[in-house]
Design a binder for this molecule. Structure first.
Ligand SMILES: Cc1cc2nc3c(=O)[nH]c(=O)nc-3n(C[C@H](O)[C@H](O)[C@H](O)COP(=O)(O)OP(=O)(O)OC[C@H]3O[C@@H](n4cnc5c(N)ncnc54)[C@H](O)[C@@H]3O)c2cc1C
Length: 469
């Protein structure tokens, strides 16, 4: 059994250079997941002068752990937007997802990208008869918006046929190879300074000067004034991939809790990819127990995404002069929303109209329904802090102590080798929980992850927790 995502067995065809001197560009994109790479692709397609920096290897963040369905039938997102905001916004959101899906498929087919693309039916289902009402309402909504949707399995499921699945890293690698001259890997943005309308970005002890910055780091760590922690919470899910003899061109997700999501994948072997147990991260009881049902699986891994207060992504500029952009908060639907982000940000920079600029603006107005979620997120953060301080206590392989007056955790592996790390997440000083299956230190508050020797794998933390005497 491999304790990492099925996509991560794919080895990139290209190694990009890292930054070794000062440089200038018009637009700097920070982060090489599906968001950053999609934005690079779109800006380059419009002949804009841009560069991308990635602190590790492109695509190995949250994108590499997703189930990579390309669909507009997105769990309860449409229902939530209808209930929380209004039907017009929901219609706009649906249109935006169909636009982005079609754009992504167009890019793949026109460029003949070999990324295991498969047209597949998406199912939205319930295992609880009491929820058929909700599915009926979804059916009516989709029909009213000219979607070719059918009711299946005695009204326990809805089905659409014009959706897709792919291999996200093969897709990203095509663009990485094509635009390798404009990508710096192993190049971490440390800080940004604005000087005479030019951003001076510090990375690898060098300065990149840019007129525009796009933060595509999944969780923008340094935007404290944007206050993402109270505008969102983190949801974690557990996933397995199992070799099967079957390959069905279907993907499915339920509207009940806990979430169940499936898809098939056909590479050299055929696999069923099965996701279960999605939780608000602070509600996780035991990380190990969540992997219990995956005993005979070939790959197991977990992943987390940002759930926003109003179930809509934050895409666009957070400064009045439209020079500083973020794209995040995809509510676990990043394949479409990242492509949408590329279109919105390109149009803002080129001062063109785009129907979605206002809808997804990170500075959109708050209404009462969104404010209601603020205390819930604060409560979740506090719960996560308390839980993380307690949850490793019973783990016999971990010892907590102080070395040189620093609080450290010492993990002893199967070979009796000790791995020492600092115990707090550098982002907002939350405690960290040891994930015994994937051998990572995880932050339940905001989702940062570190390897057993403390190297930061995923943000918002921008720093390692390695212990140096
Ligand atoms: C369980 C699960 C299943 C999912 N399944 C689907 C699905 O089926 N379909 C779908 O549409 N979406 C799905 N998603 C959502 C999707 O995976 C994410 O929304 C999307 O991958 C986010 O991409 P990203 O590029 O924004 O982030 P990432 O892929 O995390 O990329 C961010 C990059 O920024 C880099 N970075 C961070 N800080 C710095 C810095 N200081 N300097 C330089 N680089 C930096 C990181 O190293 C990383 O590579 C799923 C999510 C989860 C949790």
């Amino acid at each position: 059994m491999k304790n990492y995502s099925i996509w991560n067995d794919y080895k990139s065809k290209t190694n990009c250079k890292s930054l070794t001197n000062n440089i200038k560009t018009d637009i700097l994109i920070v982060g090489g997941g599906i968001t950053g790479i999609s934005i690079l692709q779109e800006l380059k397609a419009h002949n804009l002068n841009c560069l991308l920096i990635e602190r590790n290897e492109c695509g190995r963040g949250v994108t590499s752990k997703s189930t990579a369905k390309i669909t507009y039938l997105q769990e309860k997102i449409l229902m939530n937007i209808r209930n929380l905001i209004n039907i017009t916004t929901c219609e706009e959101y649906l249109k935006s997802q169909i636009f982005a899906m079609n754009k992504l498929i167009d890019l793949i087919t026109k460029n003949n990208i070999k990324c295991d693309l498969s047209k597949s039916s998406s199912y939205l289902f319930t295992i609880n008869k009491n929820n058929t009402n909700k599915l009926n309402k979804e059916y009516e909504f989709l029909k009213n918006n000219n979607i070719n949707v059918t009711k299946e399995y005695n009204n326990l499921a809805l089905k659409v046929d014009d959706t897709y699945m792919f291999h996200p890293l093969k897709y990203l690698d095509f663009w990485k190879t094509k635009y390798q001259d404009y990508i710096y890997e192993h190049t971490k943005l440390e800080s940004i300074n604005k000087n005479n309308n030019i951003y001076e970005c510090y990375a690898n002890n060098h300065i990149i000067e840019a007129k525009y910055i796009v933060i595509a780091t999944h969780y923008p760590y340094f935007l404290k004034h944007f206050c993402l922690p109270i505008k969102s919470h983190i949801e974690t899910s557990y996933i397995g991939a199992l070799k099967t003899n079957d390959y069905k061109k279907i993907n499915a997700i339920n509207i009940d809790k806990p979430t169940i999501s499936i898809r098939y994948h056909n590479d050299n072997n055929k696999y069923l990819i099965y996701l279960k147990n999605s939780y608000i991260s602070s509600n996780i009881k035991s990380i190990k127990d969540n992997f219990n049902e995956f005993n005979n699986y070939d790959y197991i891994w977990s992943n987390k995404d940002i759930i926003t207060n109003d179930y809509m992504p934050y895409i666009g500029s957070i400064t009045k002069d439209n020079t500083f952009f973020i794209a995040c908060g995809y509510n676990t639907w990043g394949m479409t929303n990242s492509v949408l982000a590329s279109s919105i940000i390109k149009d803002i920079i080129l001062q063109k109209d785009n129907p979605y600029i206002k809808l997804f603006s990170p500075t959109r107005n708050l209404n009462i329904s969104k404010i209601i979620n603020f205390p819930i997120n604060i409560k979740n953060n506090l719960k996560a802090i308390i839980k993380s301080n307690k949850s490793n206590i019973n783990n016999i392989n971990i010892k907590y102590t102080k070395i040189n007056n620093k609080n450290v955790a010492i993990y002893k592996d199967n070979q009796n080798k000790e791995h020492i790390v600092l115990t707090k997440c550098p982002h907002l000083k939350c405690g960290l929980v040891f994930n015994e299956i994937e051998k990572t230190w995880d932050c339940l508050c905001h989702g940062s992850r570190f390897d057993i020797d403390g190297k930061c794998l995923e943000g918002p933390s921008n720093y390692d927790i390695t212990f140096k005497e």
